[in-house]
Structure formats: C-alpha cells, structure tokens
Design a protein around this ligand. Structure first.
Ligand SMILES: Nc1nc2c(ncn2[C@@H]2O[C@H](COP(=O)(O)OP(=O)(O)OP(=O)(O)O)[C@@H](O)[C@H]2O)c(=O)[nH]1
Length: 502
C-alpha cells in the first residue's frame, strides 16, 4: 500500500536511494554474471526513480503515472505485475516500450468542471458516488493519467467521462446461450459416450455433456431420436470446410480414416411421429463436479459412484414398446456442470470438510462459511439440454436420475419436460440392504430382473471412473447421505434408522 501523508514523496527516501544505487552503482565482482547491466531496458525505470525523488512529484504520482497497475493490477492500461516473470519478452518479439499518455483533460477544462479549485487542489466530483472500483482503490483522488504499451501511442485521448457513466448499474442478464465447441467419442467401461464441451455467456467454465447414444454410430443419417447438438452441427462460417467440421466433431456415423461424413445443420423440430416413437424417453442426469469424490475416490460423499452409476444406467439397453420387443442401446446424457462443492468451490468445500470434522453437518458447515447450503444454478444445464434437443415441451421428455427434489423443480423452471424421476440408491446401501436394489419397474426402463440387477451393481468390475470401485462404504458417507435426506429433502429411505422404510 502506498501512503498519502503530507511528507509523502518530498523527503529523501532510503528506498529510492537504494534503487538508484542498485541501478547505477558498480556491481560487486561476485554478482557480475548474475545481474548484468541492461541499460536500455532500464531507462524508463531510471527516469521514474529520478522523477520520484524530485521536489514536485510524489511517490503517489510515481506509481500511478509510470507504473499504473503497480497497486491495481487490473487498472485499465496497467501492466499486470502479478504476472511478471522476469523473462525478457523483447527477446522473442519486438520490444514494447512504455509510453506516457495523459488521459487528463486540460487544466482549463478541469477548472471549469470544478475538478480543480482555485488554490490548485484536485477535488472529487461534487455529489459523486464511489464506484466499486474506487472503493477498492487506496485513494479517491486517483488521477487518470496512465502509461500504455505501444503499438498504440497515438490512440485518441478520451475525454474524462462523468463518473456516473463509469458506475455500472446492475444489469439484467441476457438470456443464457450455450455453444458446443467440440465433441468426441469416448469409450468408457460402460460403453461408448460422446463428450461434448460447451462454452456459454454466463461464466468462463467449460461445462460438459456426456452423451450416450451409440445408435448414431452405425446410422449415418440424422434421425430424430439421435441426441445431437444443434450448435455444433450448425454452420459456423461461410469459409468452414468439412475438415473443420469433422475436427470439432460435427460428423455422423463412425469416424475413421475411411469414414468421414460431416454432419448437416439441423433443428430439433419434433417429428410428427414422436408420439409413436417406441423408445423409452432418454435418461439424463445433471451432475455437479466433485473433485474429491470423482478424482481421488473420496468416501465423504457419493459423487464418484453417482457419476459412474449414471453412465452405467444410461448405457443399459432398453426395450422399445414395439413388437417384437428387442433390446436397443440405451440413450441419454450426463450434463456435467462445473459447480464444485454445490457451487461454493473447492477451497470452501475443503474448509467445510474441516468444520464437518468438528462435528457440523454439510449444511451447517456451508452456512458457517457464509455460503448457502446449495449455491448451484441450472440455467446452463437447461440451455445445454435444449441444444441437445432433450426435454423439449413438444418432444418425448426426459427421465431424470436424481433424489434431489430441488433439482427437479429447477429443471422444470427451465422448461425441461420431465416424464419420470429415477432414484439413485447408493451402492453401499444396496449392497447392505438388497431390498433397496429392487427398483419398481415403472421407475426405470431397465428390463433386467431384480436378482440380476443386484448382482450387476454389487459385483460389477471396478470402472476407471471410480477409484476403489464398488467398495464405497464408510461412516462419513453414511453421515453425508443421512444429512442429504434429513436436511436437504433428498428422496431416499433412511433404512438404517427405520427398517420398515426399505
Ligand atoms: N459444500 C459441500 N459440497 C459437497 C459436499 N459433499 C459433496 N459436495 C458437492 O455436492 C455436489 C453433489 O451434490 P449432492 O448433494 O451430493 O447430490 P445432488 O446432485 O444434489 O443430488 P442427486 O441428484 O440426488 O445426486 C458436488 O458438487 C459435490 O462437490 C460437502 O460436504 N460440502
């Protein structure tokens, strides 16, 4: 922090002297090779140091005029010194020079505007509001001179804007938009998936859709039952080639050295035959990122197994209602949202875990840290589902894998048509209480007999997506699951407390 005391900048400063010494003094023999003189590059620094020790220039000016951004790295035109690596960027590209540009209106104008009083003092604007940016800055008297980096030294000098203009009012957000940037085939232990990466206009995170629909591999034609991204398959520019399209994943069928069919743009117009579609509605899950549960196999939560289980269940073959019934590949998607820790982020979640170790539950821990129990949003998920043609009002709707009633209502608010909720019973509960493994047939399109289901789920081979495989069981996990039921209304039977519940 710099100061604005009355003596600021006028007195002799030891630091300035030390700096000058360092720049101009003879180097000790031992340092000669380590710190060689680079006079040209240091010129502006020397000037600044010299000016800073002069009688009329304070250290305040020194920082702001020559090194804007020393204190406020995000300052417009400032250099972000937090990213300074010490490497000589000029070695690779043409050296960029610091140029001094004043953004201040002439004094005459400033006096007229009441910015400078007769006695020569700079004033704050009368009656101005302090913008957020100013509130963060150490001084309200910030000058608007700045140094910018060429090559735009001759950029027009903008007149000072009235402060009211620079105070950003709370804006109504534009409608959420998503664009699928790329898609690729991913083989998983449960079967084939197409990973879709999305960008959006709300945050800078790369949200994902794991689409399971292996039928589109063999069928080169676009069918209304295929789960395809409209934004990915659309034409992005007049000049894009088939290779561009195929590279981002806008192809149909299977991609191979001898099979390259760029997809055609399409819209998700519901075909007239949608009511006669014999397939069960696609099964989807909206999953929130959980580094601990998914990547390092944490047994504090059930996130890892939920992701694995969702991909497994969606991949299960389904039986169409047509005659004769024959199994066809399952289809659906996991929308993978980058909202770690129910939206509070990994750092806060780690702190929350420590509070949980002190005896608080997951909801209280969040509240103690100043967060809500759940800070997630589902607008982006809604937009991704629309882009994939899933759950549209006129279409077949979706079946949703969840126990969380809030998620169901949030999705319905986004206009997602949900025809069924499919519960996610924790594997460890099913393993200890086989009754739980029997899912009523109307709750799932899974035709497997209950006995077979239990066997598949408990003895399934360890998948690469879940460290520790099916052995997910522990005190922490049971505590977490109990809290989800009791404090967040998750729709699961608490069978340990109440054997009847199962
Ligand atoms: N803040 C916090 N987040 C957690 C904790 N444990 C897991 N999470 C996060 O919770 C999210 C998963 O949410 P859950 O509440 O487990 O399940 P859900 O998605 O709401 O509900 P289901 O659809 O039924 O699974 C992930 O983002 C995890 O990182 C915790 O103790 N504290």
């Amino acid at each position: 922090m710099h100061h604005h005391g009355p003596d600021c900048g006028h007195a002799h400063h030891d630091a300035d002297a030390a700096l000058l010494d360092m720049l101009t003094g003879p180097l000790p023999p031992s340092r000669k090779t380590m710190l060689s003189r680079r006079d040209a590059a240091l010129d502006p620094l020397l000037m600044a140091a010299a000016f800073a020790s002069g009688p009329h220039v304070t250290r305040h000016h020194y920082h702001h005029d020559f090194f804007p951004g020393v204190m406020v790295p995000q300052e417009e035109g400032g250099l972000d010194w937090t990213k300074f690596t010490g490497e000589d960027a000029g070695a690779k590209q043409e050296r960029k020079r610091l140029t001094y540009v004043s953004r201040q209106a002439p004094r005459r104008t400033r006096v007229q505007q009441g910015l400078v009083t007769e006695d020569g003092k700079e004033n704050d604007r009368p009656g101005e509001n302090v913008s957020l940016k100013q509130a963060e800055a150490p001084s309200k008297k910030r000058r608007s001179s700045t140094a910018i980096v060429s090559p735009s030294p001759s950029a027009p000098v903008p007149a000072q804007k009235p402060l009211s203009e620079s105070v950003t009012p709370l804006k109504v957000l534009p409608p959420v938009e998503v664009k699928c940037m790329a898609r690729t085939r991913i083989p998983t232990p449960h079967g084939l998936a197409f990973l879709h990466l999305y960008h959006n206009n709300r945050d800078t995170k790369e949200h994902l859709a794991i689409v399971i629909d292996s039928a589109q591999l063999s069928d080169a034609q676009h069918s209304s039952t295929h789960i395809r991204s409209q934004s990915l398959d659309s034409v992005w520019s007049d000049t894009e080639t088939d290779v561009d399209r195929i590279t981002r994943g806008a192809y149909v069928g299977r991609l191979g050295p001898l099979s390259q069919h760029a997809s055609a743009p399409h819209s998700h117009q519901t075909p007239a035959s949608s009511s006669s579609n014999p397939l069960p509605a696609p099964l989807i899950r909206i999953h929130s990122e959980c580094f601990t549960g998914e990547t390092i196999g944490s047994m504090r939560c059930d996130c890892g197994e939920q992701l694995d289980e969702a991909i497994r269940q969606i991949s299960q073959p389904v039986t169409p209602s047509s005659e004769p019934p024959a199994q066809v590949p399952g289809r659906g998607a996991v929308i993978y949202l980058r909202q770690e820790g129910r939206g509070i982020g990994l750092l806060s979640k780690i702190r929350a875990y420590n509070l949980q170790d002190l005896g608080h539950d997951t909801v209280t821990a969040n509240l103690m840290l100043g967060h809500k129990a759940d800070e997630r949003g589902y607008e982006i998920a809604g937009a991704i589902l629309r882009d994939l043609g899933l759950g549209s009002e006129a279409g077949e709707g979706v079946r949703v894998l969840t126990n969380n009633p809030d998620k169901i209502s949030a999705l319905e608010k986004e206009g997602v048509k949900i025809v069924e909720r499919v519960p996610m019973v924790p594997r460890s509960w099913k393993a200890r209480n086989p009754h739980l493994a029997v899912i009523p047939p109307n709750m799932s399109g899974d035709p497997l007999a209950p006995e077979l289901k239990v066997k598949v789920e408990i003895e399934r081979p360890v998948g690469a997506t879940l460290i520790g495989g099916s052995a997910v069981y522990g005190e922490d996990l049971d505590k977490y699951l109990r809290t989800k039921v009791l404090r967040m209304g998750h729709m699961l039977p608490l069978w340990m407390e109440d054997p009847e519940a199962a």
